[in-house]
Design a binder for this molecule. Structure first.
Ligand code: HEM
Length: 303
């Protein structure tokens, strides 16, 4: 499957509006800053100096009018800025492990989930059953995901980067890590009874309201691999007792004045500043091609 075919299949299954992202269609962009903890030794300057950031929170659905009250994928994407330009992106979701070890399995999951969310539930269940046979690595992640309710707020959701990357230190040593974004308010899922009282598009207005009372904070934490931990397979979480260090905090202050500019731009998980390198994960390497095609199509529909 090429990146172009993956976008064709997402479009056929999810029918996004032409002007929207093919996944994570509805989102809002916020200003903030990254405040380093001093615990991470690296040559990556964006992790060791206070840096401006923009953050896009999103509902993962290809549908702009998706329902925040139902469980599903939510995203948090961050751009570290230098002189107003992006130098490093983080693109994370509310999964603890990716539901597939390859891009094909992910597209099959999108096809199953969009069918389940639509009118043809039997088709969705059939697709999901097939996927679980073909991709046994998906079972544990999907079971854990199905067992949870929808997030109560973007500010109470943990987002994981899922792929391995390498961090370089001043001696030239490379250490494999995965990152996670941990909410200072703790993790809270939506009470299904309370969900009935909410609007389908409640997450963004609720975060806007919360920000009128003060900043919303996430810790950027790095989990470091031990020898033998897989760097190529995002469906396999590393043991929870691996060293976990806080790299710093994102302090999010309010909606950005440059909303249109950042909505148009791509949050690309392979945009890395000096000091951070890609791993051998094929899913990570597949993503930028798919994101560019999605961006090309949505931007040409906006003209
Ligand atoms: C083969 C794997 C994947 C494919 C094909 C895929 C596809 C896409 C596409 C087409 C977009 C819209 C891009 C745009 O128009 O700018 C997108 C956005 C996004 N994806 Fe993925 N994705 C994949 C894996 C992942 C993974 C592993 C994560 C989380 C770790 C993730 C999290 C996100 C988030 C948070 C956004 C929204 C970014 C923003 O706010 O601009 N995706 N994805």
């Amino acid at each position: 499957m090429t990146p172009e075919e993956s976008i064709d299949r997402i479009e056929a299954a999810g029918r996004p509006r032409p002007q929207d992202r093919r996944l994570h269609a509805r989102g809002a962009v916020y200003d903030g800053k990254f405040v380093p903890s001093g615990h991470i030794k690296t040559v990556a300057a964006h992790l060791t100096t206070e840096t401006d950031v923009v953050v896009r929170f999103s509902n993962g659905s290809p549908k702009f009018r998706s329902d925040d009250r139902t469980k599903g994928i939510r995203g948090m994407a961050v751009k570290f800025l230098r002189d107003g330009k992006a130098v490093h992106d983080l693109v994370a979701a509310n999964f603890r492990a990716f539901p597939s070890r390859d891009a094909e399995g992910f597209i099959e999951l999108v096809e199953a989930l969009t069918a389940l969310a639509g009118k043809d539930k039997a088709k969705g269940l059939g697709r999901l059953a097939k996927l679980l046979v073909k991709h046994p690595e998906s079972r544990a992640t999907l079971k854990a995901f199905a067992g949870r309710d929808a997030p109560a707020s973007f500010a109470t959701t943990r987002f994981d980067g899922l792929h391995a990357f390498y961090l370089l230190d001043a001696e030239g040593k490379r250490r494999a890590f995965r990152y996670r974004l941990v909410p200072q308010l703790g993790e809270v899922d939506l009470d299904p009874k309370h969900a009935k009282t909410l609007d389908a598009n409640f997450l963004i207005p609720q975060l806007d309201h919360l920000l009128t009372t003060g900043p919303v904070i996430f810790t950027l934490a790095f989990q470091f691999a031990e020898p033998g931990d897989p760097t190529h397979d995002p469906s396999r979480a590393w043991p929870e007792h691996r060293t976990l260090l806080p790299a710093g905090q994102f302090v999010i202050t309010g909606r950005t004045a440059d909303e249109e500019k950042w909505q148009r731009s791509v949050f690309d998980p392979t945009r890395l500043a000096e000091g951070v390198e890609l791993s051998d994960d094929p899913v990570l390497r597949f993503r930028p091609g798919a994101y560019s095609i999605s961006a090309e199509r949505r931007l040409s529909a906006q003209q």
